[in-house]
Every structure is written in C-alpha cells, then in structure tokens.
Design a protein around this ligand. Structure first.
Ligand SMILES: [Mn+2]
Length: 391
C-alpha cells in the first residue's frame, strides 16, 4: 500500500492519522455494512452509495443500507438498487460497520442499531456536534462541506478508482449539503473535489433538474396551497406558510412532497425567520414546524422551546398543540426572540406544554434536512433541504 499511503490531497496530521486508523480497520474486514442517518438526505445517500461501490471495487463485500421508501427524488441515483432495505438486515452477517453523515449513533435508523452496535465502526462525518464517541476510526471534519467530500478525500488517499456512479453519488452529496455550492461551508477544497468528480462524466444539468428543477404534481399542488397560505409580518422579517392534514389529503401527498416548501417564506425579501407549519396525518393534536433563520438569529433557540433542535439556521420541532394554537405559541416565541437582547445562541428554558403524551423527540428529521450539516458552530447556511426525507 505504499502507493496508497501517498497523499493525493493536502492533509493535516490528524487527518492522516484518522485515515490510517480507518485503513487498519478495513484491513481486518471482509463484509462491511454502511449506513447514513435516519431518513437519508442527499449527503447520507450519496456517501453510502459511493463508499459501498468503492469498497466493492477494491475487493471488499460492502453493502449500504437505508429506508428505501424514504429516498424520494434521490431514487434516480445509480446504485440505489443495490441498497439493502433496513428491514432486511437481520439475517445478514457483517464484520465492520461504517457510519456516514451521522453525528451520533442515535441518529442511525432503528433497524440498523442492533446490527451495528455489535461491530467495530468507522465514522465518517462532518457535524460539529459529532461527539467522537463512536467508532474505532473517526474521519470527522466539521469544516468539510459534506460527508461526501470526506469520502472523496479518503478514496483518493486510498488510491481507489472512482467511476461515474461514484462520482454522481458524491456530486449529489456535495450539491445538496452546500445548497448547490451556495452555503458558507463551500470551501476551495469543496470545489476541487467537485472539479475532480466532473472528470467522470457527472450529469450535472440532469441531476439539478431532478433534485431542484422539477416537481411532481403532488409537490406542485402543495406548493400552490402553501403559497396561498403565505403570511408575512414583523415588517417582512417573519414569513410563514401552512399545510394542514386536509391540504396533504387534497393532493394525496406526504411531507416528502413538501421538502422545499420552507423556501417559500424564506424567499421573501428581508426575511429573517421562515416558518413552515404542517400536520402529520392522524396526529392533528400536534403540529410540526420547520424553522429557517438568517443573520444572527438562532433557529435552535426557537425549536428548543418546544423540545426540538437542529442547526443554527435550520431547525425544527413538534409543538404539542393543534395547528391554530401551535401557531399562536410559535408566534409569541418569535416575538419574544425579537424583543430579547439575546438574539444569538442562548439558553432559553423550554416552554412546558401540558402534553398528554410524551413529547416527540426533536423535530422530524426531515426538518433539518441535511442532517446536520450545518451545525451549531458553523456560520453556514441552513442545510440543504434533503430530498426524500429527512434529516
Ligand atoms: Mn451531511
């Protein structure tokens, strides 16, 4: 592996160490399981597809796993058909686990956890909140635009050969997690990675059309309804849209068809806080809310008031109240935020809602799309709106 040991990319000592540790873990493995976070977004999915294919080509038996029903638009990716559905994992045997784009073991799909926790683990991630507590090898760089960028760096260092499928998967990782190279997480190294991927024939315009440029009739129906619901206040600083259970029923759509609806309130000039209230069928006693902020406003402060969380500029929560009441509660939280001097990250006590049932854990994963990408300490923009789901 003398050849492989020669870095193809500029790297720090710490990165080299992490790469060496991962290489060592790989050397003892034959059958490898790879998973991203729950409700995989473009970065999770792209990273796992790329990695499984790279490892397979290099002689390992490598398998990516995901909830294949939650992939949404990302189903177009080559390599999706090789993914093992999470519910079929039980009967399989592995000797190494690789987590991609996962800040914590708890973010793993529930079906993956029991299988993964028995295995040695390599963690490839870029969340600031990654606590570094899982994995015998950790390729973790909070400055990286995406897990996909880290997979590319490791692949180059290992001297693995990329192909078009790998390149397109990694392209989707980077494009979705950087908001099409728009967020502050886009670094010179991100562009160099992207430039290399283009050499393999990535269909950039096609991918852009699929992910960002075209929408199903369900998605368009929901957008139409959401536009009609647009409510702007606080001198244009706050804008909100709403989709009720009946709205979803009217177009026979689901939350997956409303992935970028939050962009509607966000697109209002001078907007600082964008809110998207929506109901999940059969759970009309609660209201979900996606939050996006600009400037020094911290979305997690608002989300945390209702037991939710996320990133500084992209967060979400479940409010234990029906739609109208939930809106009133969130609006007063917003007003309070504008009034308070502590616009930046601050510790505000959660509002206690008289809940009849245990509070939902943090926001629907899909709320904070690119899970994590942009995390609390990063100035980067809100994570890209993950496709297919969440997180
Ligand atoms: Mn990511």
């Amino acid at each position: 592996m003398s050849k492989a040991a020669k870095p193809k990319v500029a790297m720090t000592g710490a990165e080299r160490e992490s790469f060496e540790a991962a290489k060592k873990a790989l050397a003892g493995a034959k059958r490898i399981l790879i998973s991203g976070h729950l409700s995989p977004d473009g970065d999770s999915l792209g990273s796992m597809i790329a990695l499984s294919r790279l490892l397979t080509a290099a002689g390992w038996q490598a398998f990516a796993t995901a909830d294949v029903n939650a992939l949404g638009k990302l189903k177009f990716l080559d390599g999706v058909n090789d993914i093992i559905p999470v519910r079929k994992l039980k009967r399989r045997k592995f000797d190494l686990f690789i987590a991609v784009d996962c800040a914590a073991f708890s973010r793993m799909p529930p079906e993956v956890k029991p299988v993964a926790e028995k295995l040695p683990c390599i963690c490839i991630d870029h969340h600031v909140t990654n606590d570094g507590t899982f994995g015998i090898a950790q390729i973790v760089d909070p400055a990286a635009s995406s897990a996909g960028e880290l997979v590319w760096r490791f692949a180059k260092w290992m001297d693995w050969k990329l192909d078009k499928t790998v390149a397109e998967a990694l392209w989707v990782s980077i494009v979705t997690d950087t908001g099409r190279f728009a967020y502050d997480s886009t670094r010179p190294g991100t562009m160099r990675t992207a430039a290399d991927l283009l050499k393999y024939g990535v269909r950039t315009a096609l991918i852009n059309d699929i992910i960002y440029g075209t929408f199903s009739s369900k998605a368009i129906g929901l957008k139409r309804i959401a536009w009609r619901s647009l409510h702007i206040w606080k001198n244009r600083k706050v804008a909100e849209v709403t989709l009720s259970r009946d709205d979803f029923r009217a177009v026979r759509g689901t939350k997956a068809d409303a992935e970028d609806v939050i962009e509607i309130p966000r697109s209002v000039v001078r907007n600082e806080i964008a809110l998207f209230f929506y109901q999940i069928p059969d759970r009309t006693k609660e209201t979900r809310c996606s939050i996006r902020t600009r400037g020094d406003l911290d979305a997690t402060v608002l989300a945390a008031k209702f037991g939710g969380g996320g990133h500084v500029k992209a967060a979400g929560c479940t409010i234990n109240a029906p739609l109208a009441k939930a809106k009133r509660m969130m609006r007063s939280a917003v007003k309070e935020m504008f009034k308070s001097a502590c616009r930046k990250t601050s510790k505000i006590q959660p509002i206690t809602v008289k809940a009849e049932k245990p509070a939902e854990p943090a926001a629907a994963p899909s709320d904070v799309s690119a899970p994590g990408q942009q995390t609390v300490a990063q100035p980067a923009q809100a994570a890209a709106n993950g496709q297919g789901g969440a997180s």
